[in-house]
Design a protein around this ligand. Structure first.
Ligand code: SF4
Length: 683
């Protein structure tokens, strides 16, 4: 027989927030190679080891191939009809017993925009609750809250093409060389072309090697650091007075606050020397076109929203946002569609397009399209869902694409919540830590097997196309949500992903100009894009800010300490983050070649600490916090400073999130993953 012909499918990487365009080569229904698209709007012919090589999970023998139903304490394979019937009866029973707010759903960046739109529509229309949230709660919810409060919209202010034109980059709390490698490479190119670079991160992350100034603040002291930088900008006249007069509010209040943050006091709080602080402020303050890029090192804190707003202050003081005098404030999203999951309204307080559920006009627009009333009361956030479940106040929880028992903080208590909830449904590819505890497990398709769109970190919609068909019994999340609604007697409408995106544009005019047809023709379209005849805005706020008064709002939030501080019992600070070869809980990237590239989870620690606690390189270490215990392999080096340790969350078997606390951002409930007091010892 002649060999099967090769086919190529253009799609968008489902891993990090860069959103690389990929060409997926297949033969005989199997992926043979994944190649970066030369004309990809963000990646321009590049991709990293995740996008290129982490597709072996598709054919893993561990892949779930049939629905599972818990009987007598054991998960057993069943047919779809039986599984869907069980879910539908369970949801009906939960509503009958406790009302619509006794049901909750957690969606995720693994789902396409269209799937996220359908999940939130299901919860609001079929169940009648706003209890829907997504994984952005755990990473960039402070960005959405902070950027909206400062500028009016939740997205980054500029496109990455613009950021690349900066003559000074301030990269804060991010490790793009590992977590967003294509952007990390583009930032390095920018530096090689002459841009100055300030890196603010406690660790010696890859970019720090090339920085003009590397600030290493103590974890949890960002707000003081940003106020120190702002203090120097004001004191040395490195501000745009015309911009501050015409386009910003809040300067008197901020000026008064900043009087308390002279460089020496900031040095005492942060551990960053006054000289380094002033050097960094002068580089950013004297640049002609500065840009800020930041990551989860800014957001995942007790005061993460204050951190985002205090960082945004710097761009406002410089007039470097909404003008040609700089490239604003730009979050690096950890997962590709974490922006889209929120854009589509999978949030307890916001509808598609960020209309508040408390706003009668926003509700009226959705109600007109959906034909049912929308609840005015905001729903539960993810941590509140778990608390409600533990307290017996939740009758059913549906988790879609998130391994919450591995990636959410204080994981022992998350597991307790799932085990307490009468019905837990989990849509997954593998028998994850969460799926193991579910009552019903629904096997679903991956990003290489489905149709729809993602939105990347610079607000670009791009197409997701199925390169291969999922195994026979596996359905897409889009099909599953429709099927559960149908089993409950409701037709959700929008029968195809293209129809769902079109309907979303009616509810949320900010996306009204985006469609599958247009994306098929043009490749990528950024939002806001209210009209098919408009190109979409790559740079926000040229005319006015999207706040009620049209101004950028400076924030005057004082520095407050993190939820935990090291002490005699727990003398080290644990910071968690990402590594180059893996994605999130690693369920996809650990099943394939990337596991050989990066096979074990390490606890990075400084040689002084290793000597103090009797640990040797490559040997097991026991890590304990007030919340739990984990085992990791010690890796000794100078990437971390004495008193701090670092590990990833890509290997659930290590139990890293049994260590992390339930301290969370006071505004958005984003967990404080970046500061946990721990102790270490040899086993
Ligand atoms: Fe691109 Fe990120 Fe995918 Fe790597 S993981 S290929 S950088 S989108």
């Amino acid at each position: 027989a002649s060999p099967a012909a090769e086919t190529r499918t253009r799609t968008t990487c489902g891993y990090c927030g860069v959103g690389c365009s990929l060409e997926v080569a297949t033969q005989g229904g199997e992926v043979t190679a994944v190649l970066p698209a030369r004309d990809g709007p963000v990646n321009r012919g590049h991709a990293c080891v995740k996008g290129r090589f982490a597709h072996g999970f598709l054919t893993s023998p561990e892949r779930l191939t049939r629905p599972l139903l818990r009987r007598d304490g054991r998960l057993e394979p069943v047919g779809w009809d039986e599984a869907l019937g069980h879910v539908a009866r369970g949801l009906h029973a939960a509503v009958a017993a406790g009302g619509p707010d006794a049901v909750a759903a957690i969606s995720s960046a693994r789902a396409t925009n269209e799937e996220n739109y359908l999940v939130q529509k299901f919860m609001r229309v079929v169940i009648g609750t706003n209890n829907v949230d997504n994984c952005s709660r755990l990473c960039h919810s402070p960005s959405a809250a902070g950027l909206t409060a400062s500028f009016g919209l939740s997205g980054g202010t500029d496109s990455f093409d613009d950021v690349e034109r900066a003559d000074c980059l301030l990269v804060v709390g991010a490790n793009p060389v590992e977590a967003h490698p294509v952007v990390g490479a583009r930032l390095l190119q920018c530096v090689l072309r002459g841009a100055r670079l300030v890196v603010a991160d406690p660790r010696a992350v890859g970019l720090a090697l090339h920085a003009d100034v590397h600030l290493r603040p103590r974890p949890g002291t960002n707000v003081a650091l940003f106020h120190g930088l702002a203090h120097v900008l004001l004191a040395e006249g490195l501000v745009d007075e015309e911009f501050l007069r015409d386009r910003a509010t809040g300067l008197p209040e901020l000026t008064e606050l900043l009087a308390d943050y002279p460089p020496q006091r900031v040095a005492d709080i942060t551990g960053v020397s006054a000289e380094h602080l002033m050097d960094a402020a002068r580089l950013y303050g004297r640049a002609e076109r500065p840009a800020i890029v930041y990551g989860l090192g800014v957001t995942e804190h007790l005061h993460g929203t204050d951190g985002v707003r205090s960082l945004a202050n710097l761009a406002i003081l410089r007039g470097a946002v909404g003008t040609d005098r700089g490239y604003g404030v730009n979050p690096l999203r950890g997962q590709n569609n974490v922006q889209g999951a929120s854009d589509m309204g999978a949030l307890p307080d916001l509808l598609p397009g960020y209309g508040k559920v408390t706003d009668p006009a926003a509700r009226a627009r959705a109600e007109e399209v959906w034909g049912v009333p929308v609840r005015e009361r905001p729903g539960l956030r993810i941590p509140q869902m778990f608390a409600a479940a533990r307290a017996g106040g939740l009758g059913a929880l549906w988790v879609i694409g998130e391994d919450v028992c591995a990636t959410d903080p204080d994981a022992n208590r998350v597991a307790e919540a799932l085990e307490t909830c009468p019905l837990t449904v989990c849509s997954e590819l593998f028998l994850s830590e969460t799926a193991r505890r579910a009552d019903v497990v629904l096997p679903v398709a991956s990003w290489l097997e489905k149709d729809g769109t993602f939105v990347n970190f610079d607000r670009r919609f791009q197409r997701v196309r199925p390169a291969v068909a999922p195994p026979r019994e596996i359905r897409t999340d889009f099909e599953v949500v429709h099927a559960v609604a149908a089993a409950m007697g409701v037709d959700l409408g929008c029968p195809t992903p293209a129809a769902a995106l079109a309907e979303c544009g009616w509810v949320a005019p900010v996306f009204g100009g985006v469609s599958h047809d247009r994306l098929d023709r043009e490749g990528a379209v950024p939002w806001p894009c209210p009209d098919p005849g408009l190109p979409g805005e790559t740079k926000l706020y040229r005319a006015r800010f999207a706040t009620a008064d049209g101004k950028a709002h400076l924030a005057a939030a004082p520095y407050l300490p993190p939820g935990e501080q090291p002490d005699d019992d727990y003398p080290l600070v644990l910071v968690t983050g990402r590594r180059w070869a893996h994605y999130n809980s690693g369920s996809m990237t650990r099943r394939g070649g990337n596991l050989q590239l990066d096979p074990v989870d390490f606890l990075d620690m400084h040689p002084d600490d290793a000597a103090r606690y009797g640990l040797r390189d490559g040997e097991q270490a026991v890590v304990e916090s007030r919340h739990g215990r984990a085992r990791l392999v010690a890796r000794i080096g100078e990437e971390t400073v004495p008193g701090q340790v670092f590990c990833s969350f890509h290997f659930p078997a290590s139990g890293v999130n049994r260590l992390t606390s339930d301290h969370a951002d006071t505004v958005t409930s984003c967990p404080e993953y970046k500061v946990t007091a721990v102790r270490v010892a040899a086993p």
